[in-house]
Design a protein around this ligand. Structure first.
Ligand SMILES: *Cc1c(COP(=O)(O)O)cnc(C)c1O
Length: 381
């Protein structure tokens, strides 16, 4: 058994300056949305090339609000990927619209844009692409497709803060772009999210949807003209987000280095030798939110992933799985989705694992993870 401490697959790190900043907020007498939220939104907006940005209390509600701003609801169809956190499809149902899935590309594990085009009907109103592990889809092709079919795009960039497309930041281009600051993302606000919008009118609507539809004016003017919810970010969360965001460039650079070192340690014969699939070796666009393998099936018929996770845990290494195919979850099966509809997603959803990858991981941690992966796969041959 390993003498070294357990290596988790993800772990947030909050520096002392951020902890002190949270203390300042708690002592300030103003702990809900206030100056810290405004400062965080201003910094994010600058980062995304001056586009309007509003923050919320989760990445989930961020996407739902984008759909509402786009006017999407009952009778509309929205196309997304089966390989994402279930939130991505749930928000479509929340608006009253119908989720439609398109299978994924087996190499990138992102939505296959040819399959998206094939799934478009006269009722299709929007596409929600997901950048799994922070690897973007072909953004030129995505927006050409959206333009051709007159569709809105809500980018689920929950994992893609710091990712780029041909040198431009994800979020600095495109239509609606949604990010999450949940605890395991590259930067966190404990919980939270932000939406990059197109103009001041959309930003005003985002403010209404996040706080009961309220518009205030003068000293005591208050009106409600749309149904909003309670989705505002607190200054406590924004102070954490600001403290983390200060390190975004260093975080992305370090994760790219770790990813590169993973490839070095696995070696060029790893896939052929073990039958497992490495991720796309992209060190320019991806922010390496995760480092994911697709495992080989087992010859003895045992569930490959559960066995792998257990054997890695015995070696002191934490393994995540992101994600099981959404369309095979009970609530989606009850809506008519079945096995066999999206074969690539079904296989990846059954066999994908996330290896340790977090901001303060070391090269020694990568070596430990890789040698454990090799020994487990060797043992199961
Ligand atoms: C984290 C995540 C979400 C949800 O974000 P929350 O902030 O947890 O609501 C949605 N989609 C993807 C791809 C994610 O990784």
């Amino acid at each position: 058994m390993s003498q070294q401490p357990f290596l988790p697959f993800a772990k947030p790190t909050i520096d002392e300056a951020t902890i002190a900043a949270v203390g300042d907020v708690l002592r300030s007498g103003w702990i809900t949305s206030g100056p810290k939220v405004q400062a965080f939104e201003a910094q994010l907006s600058e980062y995304f090339g001056g586009r309007p940005v509003r923050t919320f209390n989760s990445g989930t509600c961020t996407m739902e609000i984008a759909l509402r701003i786009a006017g999407i609801g009952a009778g509309d169809e929205v196309i997304t990927t089966p390989i994402s956190w279930v939130a991505t499809a749930n928000v479509i149902i929340e608006t009253g619209a119908t989720p439609v899935f398109a299978d994924i590309d087996p190499v990138t594990r992102n939505i296959d844009l040819a399959q998206v085009e094939a799934a478009i009907t006269p009722r299709t109103k929007a596409i929600i692409p997901v950048y799994l592990s922070g690897l973007p889809v072909d953004m030129d092709r995505l927006y050409a497709l959206a333009k051709k079919h007159n569709l809105r795009v809500v980018e689920d960039a929950a994992q893609a803060l710091g990712s780029t497309w041909n040198g431009k930041r994800i979020g600095a281009l495109g239509d609606f772009v949604s990010f999450s600051f949940q605890a395991n993302k590259n930067i966190t606000s404990s919980e939270g999210g932000c939406l990059v919008l197109n103009n001041a009118e959309e930003a005003r609507l985002a403010e209404k949807y996040r706080l009961q539809g309220v518009t205030r004016s003068g000293f005591d003017g208050l009106d409600v003209d749309v149904l909003g919810g309670k989705f505002n970010m607190t200054d406590v969360a924004a102070a954490i987000g600001l403290g983390q965001f200060a390190h975004i460039e260093a975080i992305t650079a370090h994760r790219r280095e770790l990813a590169q070192y993973y490839f070095t340690c696995f070696g060029s014969d790893f896939e052929a030798k073990h039958g497992a699939q490495l991720p796309v070796a992209d060190f320019d666009n991806s922010n390496w939110h995760m480092f994911q393998l697709v495992l080989p099936e087992r010859k003895d018929g045992k569930p490959a992933r559960a066995t792998f996770m257990e054997q890695m845990q015995e070696r002191g290494i934490g393994i995540g799985y992101h994600y099981p195919a959404i369309h095979l979850l009970s609530m989606y099966r009850a809506r008519g989705f079945k096995d066999g509809m999206f074969p690539v997603a079904e296989k990846v959803g059954r066999l994908i694992v996330s290896l340790p990858m977090f901001n303060v991981m070391t090269k020694n941690d990568v070596e430990r993870a890789v040698s454990a992966v090799k020994s487990v796969l060797q043992q199961n041959k």
